[in-house]
Design a protein around this ligand. Structure first.
Ligand SMILES: O=C1C[C@@](O)(C(=O)O)C[C@@H](O)[C@@H]1O
Length: 221
């Protein structure tokens, strides 16, 4: 069922450990490292998240898909490869994978559409290469027949997460009940339009007995 992801903007790793501790009631914690101007040294980062590795998702979001700061692709690729060895889950874009060789098995492979609503065929063509070995994720702007599109993605890809952006946040609850594996929520500062506060999401989903299941039950080969 659905895991609630508390999405945390990270502008400095100085107090990161303390900030994560305050989110211990979230199922998963997304660390949006693109809020920093450059990525931290990997060993320093690992020390900060060591105690929470099993509930951390690292995201260095591309500026063309909602990211805040431009991070060099080579440093992003090196950082992801380094944390992969530490067993940390990260979110990597389909478009990034088309330009860079980084592992994606048992990771989150995502695609975001802010400017237009894609056809289902376009989404399927982008995700089908990854869907058997990763959790595929689609975020779209809430325009046109976006509900039908996202519902179809959930039907086509059992291990997926979908979210509409810029619409009533309650719609994300509906997609959770339709099978989205993840629901992204804010911790006080939205990282995308259309998020609810993560504690409110946890509270609502508890009324439906929605539990978070381990994202990747089969350990890496
Ligand atoms: O990809 C996503 C989904 C998201 O854009 C949202 O719509 O909640 C928020 C991002 O932080 C996350 O990486």
């Amino acid at each position: 069922m659905t895991c609630v992801v508390a999405s945390l903007p990270v502008r400095s790793i100085a107090e990161l450990n303390e900030r994560i501790k305050r989110l211990r009631d979230a199922d998963l914690i997304e660390l949006r490292l693109d809020y920093m101007h450059e990525l931290p040294p990997v060993d320093e980062f690992i020390k900060k998240v060591e105690d929470f590795k099993d509930k951390t998702i690292v995201t260095v979001r591309d500026v063309n898909e909602g990211g805040v700061n431009k991070i060099s692709e080579s440093s992003k690729a090196d950082f992801l490869k380094a944390i992969y060895k530490e067993g940390i889950i990260y979110d990597v874009e389909v478009r990034f994978l088309k330009r860079n060789i980084v592992p994606y098995e048992n990771m989150i492979v995502s695609i975001h559409y802010f400017d237009y609503l894609p056809t289902f065929e376009e989404v399927r063509n982008n995700l089908s290469s990854y869907a058997n070995r990763a959790l595929v994720k689609v975020a779209v702007i809430g325009t046109g027949k976006y509900k039908q599109l996202l519902a179809r993605v959930l039907e086509e890809f059992p291990n997926s997460a979908v979210m509409p952006m810029g619409v009533n946040p309650l719609e994300r609850i509906a997609f959770s009940l339709l099978g989205s594996k993840l629901i992204y929520a804010h911790t006080g500062e939205e990282t995308a339009k259309g998020q609810m506060y993560y504690k409110d999401v946890k509270n609502i989903l508890s009324y439906f007995n929605v539990e978070c299941e381990k994202l990747f039950p089969n350990p890496r080969l």
